[in-house]
Write a protein that binds this ligand. Sequence first.
Ligand code: FES
Length: 105
Amino acid sequence: MTKVTYHLPDGTTEQVDVQLGETLMNASLRNNLPGIVAECAGSCACATCHVHLPKEYTHFFAEPTDEETDLIAYLDAADDDSRLSCQLVVGDCDAEIHVRVADSR
Ligand code: FES
């Protein structure tokens, strides 16, 4: 179990326990957090699960696939730290992770 703090589009934060093997998208949906819409339900096809992952946390996750990188390239709000939360699978990690949720509405 990993604690993830979601910094939400409205300026508030929510801390969630994320299961080993669960995506940051799924944990957000499971807890009814705003911001991550996930129209394609995690198929890496919509980019409505856009988040910003600070550099200090990138090593906890697999590198983005070409498919993810291509989708992010089409986002107006994309930045160097952009990721798709449906592709961010939590591994065995005892650190607390912070992620900033883009407004995907
Ligand atoms: S949920 Fe559609 S790309 Fe992540």
